[in-house]
Every structure is written in C-alpha cells, then in structure tokens.
Design a protein around this ligand. Sequence first.
Ligand SMILES: O=P(O)(O)OC[C@H]1O[C@H](OP(=O)(O)OP(=O)(O)O)[C@H](O)[C@@H]1O
Ligand SMILES: [Mg+2]
Length: 184
Amino acid sequence: MDASDMGTDLEKVLLTEEQIQNRLNELAEQIETDYAGQDVLLVGVLKGAIMVMADLSRTLHRSYETDWMAVSSYGSGTKSSGVVRILKDLDRDISGRHVLIVEDIVDSGLTLSWLIANLSSRGPASVEVCTLLRKPDAMKVDLKVRYVGFDIPNEFVVGYGLDYAEQYRNLRVVGTLAEHVYSS
Ligand SMILES: O=P(O)(O)OC[C@H]1O[C@H](OP(=O)(O)OP(=O)(O)O)[C@H](O)[C@@H]1O
Ligand SMILES: [Mg+2]
C-alpha cells in the first residue's frame, strides 16, 4: 500500500506494512525471551493500540491473557491535554502479576507516565511498556520504555491504530497527513 491508495490525504508514508510487521516480530521474540516461564498480562490501551496488540500478540507463541484499558488525553485534537481520564478500567486484578502495557505511541509521554503510576499502585510484580512508536523530541517526562518499535520525528502521524479525529486508524501504514486535511 502506498500514499496514493489513501487518495491525497497522506503526505508521506513513514513506515510500511512490512517494516511494521518485521519490527513487531523482533519485539515479540525479545518479549518471549525476557519473560520465559513467567505469567504475563498484556494490557492494551484503547483505541490506539488495537492494531499493535492484534499483530504483536498473534506473533507470540504461547498463550497470554489480554486485557484493555481505555484512557484519553487527546480528544479530537493533535495535542495532549495532559489530563488523563479512565474511560474503561481493567476487568481483572493485577496484583502479583507481570504487566506489559501495549501502546501505539509515546508522544509527550504524559499518558504512559500516568498509566504506569496508576497500574503500579495496584501491586503488580512488574510493569513494563511495549510501544510501536516513540517521539524522543516530544517527550515531556523521563520515561523508561523497555520495548520500542521505532523512534520517529516530532510530527503528527496517523495509521495502524493512530487517528486524527477518529479517522485513519485502519490504514496499514504509518504516515503524516497533507496540510489540506487539517484546514478542511
Ligand atoms: O504520550 P502522549 O502525548 O500522552 O500520547 C500518547 C497517547 O495518545 C494517544 O491516545 P489518545 O488519548 O489520543 O486516545 P486513542 O488511543 O483512543 O486515540 C495514543 O494512543 C497514546 O495512548
Ligand atoms: Mg489518538
């Protein structure tokens, strides 16, 4: 798939479907090695992490329990408000368990830093993070992220779970939007 398949909305493709899948395979291998013999709960952060969770978890070889949280700090804009709201909490208790948060992107880091603190207060054995994307130049908090797919420039991106005003999550690639999309 290339930019022309999305009409004129994508300005450029940053990551192709193949690049994303190859990197997720590598991350899954690393995760299986690091957590060998341990019980791990994968916690996906709705809605952005849906694609990463689907593809990453299907690359893993043994069964992992999955749960979801929905938090929101962006609303329909392109800037984090810094105010995180829980829209849906986990279904199960995580005390004593190894938790691996699955995210699409660490941008300012505000969502994740809040989420790590929130989950850590529930007495888990450990809390680590796997994110497909990270924007090192945008981060406002010092965060240790164990598994990072790609470091990307400080530009607003869409696709593969990432939205602009709830659109473009279903693209197979990650890319930036053309200027006219924002002004229309
Ligand atoms: O590092 P930050 O600046 O906090 O941004 C990252 C978060 O923002 C997005 O979620 P959003 O709140 O937009 O909800 P969504 O996943 O439903 O799109 C994204 O999915 C991350 O969860
Ligand atoms: Mg979003």
